[in-house]
Design a protein around this ligand. Structure first.
Ligand SMILES: [Cu+2]
Length: 214
């Protein structure tokens, strides 16, 4: 499955912390292709009780999408058209789905998973970064907070960052080289709940001024 963290970031830039209460409507754009689905936003997961709106299309040939028990009459994904389906995700669990329209040699591999989490799942929070700023050529950053897990993903400046889970209160992440400025450091748990704080890439010191030679 391919992800689009930049789009996810766009939705979250203006929020320092997002917590989706049970019973909200979540919309996902799904584009089928040989041989997988591109799903925005990522992760493709909600909390039990949420209403899910799927807007599906194809970027190449005709595909299908069926997912027991939520989509039993398969959607047909046609290039240039969008088909919409709405359902209430009332049962928690992990739900495999896949292509129902033979679409080529690896049709059988066109599979993915939708997850529904208990509404009681706590949301992550970030209390601090260490350091809060770093050089433009990159830095290792400790993210301190709560409710992290092994499946927590880290995005820095909208880009997926290599990270190491230490425990529920700490993750290390690698801030790649970046232009000077402020970027969000965001953690996203498997159920889609997220938190973000800012990290500052510091401009390198100006080179020493040379004295005019007379
Ligand atoms: Cu297919």
């Amino acid at each position: 499955m391919r992800t689009k963290p930049a789009l996810l970031l766009t939705a979250l830039l203006c929020l320092s912390m997002t917590k989706a209460p049970a019973g909200v409507t979540r919309t996902f754009d799904i584009s089928g292709h040989q041989y997988g689905y591109t799903i925005t936003p990522f992760p493709f997961s909600v909390r039990a009780g949420d209403t899910v709106v799927i807007r599906a299309t194809s970027s190449d040939v005709v595909h299908g999408l069926a997912m027991t028990p939520y989509i039993t009459d398969a959607l047909t994904l046609v290039p240039g058209e969008t088909v919409t389906r709405t359902f209430v995700a009332d049962t928690a669990g992990h739900f495999p789905f896949g292509c129902t329209n033979f679409c080529g040699e690896f049709h059988f591999a066109m599979q993915d998973t939708f997850s529904v989490y208990s509404p009681d799942t706590p949301s992550p929070a970030i209390s601090s970064l260490a350091p809060m700023s770093g050089p433009v050529n990159g830095a290792t950053v400790a993210i301190n907070g709560s409710n992290f897990s092994r499946n927590t993903k880290v995005y820095i400046g909208g880009i997926g960052a290599p990270s190491a889970f230490i425990n529920a209160t700490q993750i290390y992440a690698l801030a790649s080289p970046h232009a000077p400025g402020v970027v969000p450091v965001m953690v996203v748990n498997a159920d889609g709940q997220s938190a973000a704080v800012n990290f500052i890439y510091e401009a390198p010191p100006a080179p020493p001024r040379r004295r005019a030679v007379k």
